[in-house]
Design a protein around this ligand. Sequence first.
Ligand SMILES: Cc1cc2nc3c(=O)[nH]c(=O)nc-3n(C[C@H](O)[C@H](O)[C@H](O)COP(=O)(O)OP(=O)(O)OC[C@H]3O[C@@H](n4cnc5c(N)ncnc54)[C@H](O)[C@@H]3O)c2cc1C
Length: 328
Amino acid sequence: MTLPEFKLLRPRTTAEAIALLAQHAGSIRILAGGTDLLPSMQQKLFEPQYVLDIGRIAELKGIRRQPDGGVEIGALTALTNIERSDVLRQHYPVLPEAAKTVASPVLRNMGTIGGNICLDTRCLWYNQSLQWRKSCAFCIKKDGDLCHVAPGGTECWAVFSGDTPAALLCLDAEIEIASTSGLRCVRLADFYTGIGDDHRRLRPDELVTRVFLPASSAGYRGAYRKLRIRGSIDYPLAGVAVVLKRSSEHIEDVRVGLTAVNPAPVLVKGTAELLAGRRMTEEWAEAAGVLAAQTAKPLTTSALPPEYRREMIRVFTKRAVFSLATET
Ligand SMILES: Cc1cc2nc3c(=O)[nH]c(=O)nc-3n(C[C@H](O)[C@H](O)[C@H](O)COP(=O)(O)OP(=O)(O)OC[C@H]3O[C@@H](n4cnc5c(N)ncnc54)[C@H](O)[C@@H]3O)c2cc1C
């Protein structure tokens, strides 16, 4: 599987990058670490005329404490640096927990947080070679008009399968987006559409530049649990991030984020209302697990059955909520 032909553009500043995006919008793709884009280009899922390699833009790298106690992360920060960051491990532990499960060490050295947030959605019928897809008459997401997952349907159900966005949703993260029209900030929760073949609210001339973690989300305990086929490298087939704040008596707040079971990463609604003010018991942890499983809508987009993936969402949520609330 060779790469299609393209022209490589290598800006050194954000200003240069967004000018190039505006100039070639529609025929250009952003390349950060390239760990997802390049395999997809080899499979001819994308055949852009231009590739914008942003890897040399130093101003988009790094993790910085904000004066208000929050944290700013450059979109080009490698996942390894997020996994190892003392500031994040101390104040926002759910994020390094999720980052350290992405792919493998080599891929985390190359892969960036911006690329993880902007990751394309995945499906058994989509992430295949051109020949394979052609033999199945293609699909809605690429080159065809039928859905193999929901036959007769007109919507694409490809699944968002990045690990860190579930954790970032729990932390109420915002992202900064730059274009030649200026900067805009959006809550990550508003960034995803929930539509498999058009999953991000990002124009072709826009670049994600920074991620902000608010001071109000610092100090929560955090856990990330993930189901995958090969424990050493694979994308999640079900992922649960949990953050929890407690006093010596009871739970004060809890948030649960899911990934790899819907076309967007999602926060489970109602978890705080269910658990805040309570002492944790097996029964309340089970109730949180059931709520999370009801939010998960997996379909046959991967090699593991949807029923099993939904069940693992229940199990992971129950275990994570219980241990965060009870361990000293
Ligand atoms: C074998 C294998 C296993 C993997 N396992 C996992 C896994 O377990 N979990 C997981 O989450 N991922 C996994 N990945 C995917 C990938 O390694 C990570 O998601 C990584 O974080 C992607 O970041 P990147 O910088 O390499 O993105 P790229 O491949 O460079 O880009 C990914 C997408 O984001 C867009 N993009 C990148 N940066 C920006 C930006 N700043 N602004 C706007 N758009 C942008 C690109 O145009 C592209 O569409 C795996 C990949 C491989 C090859």
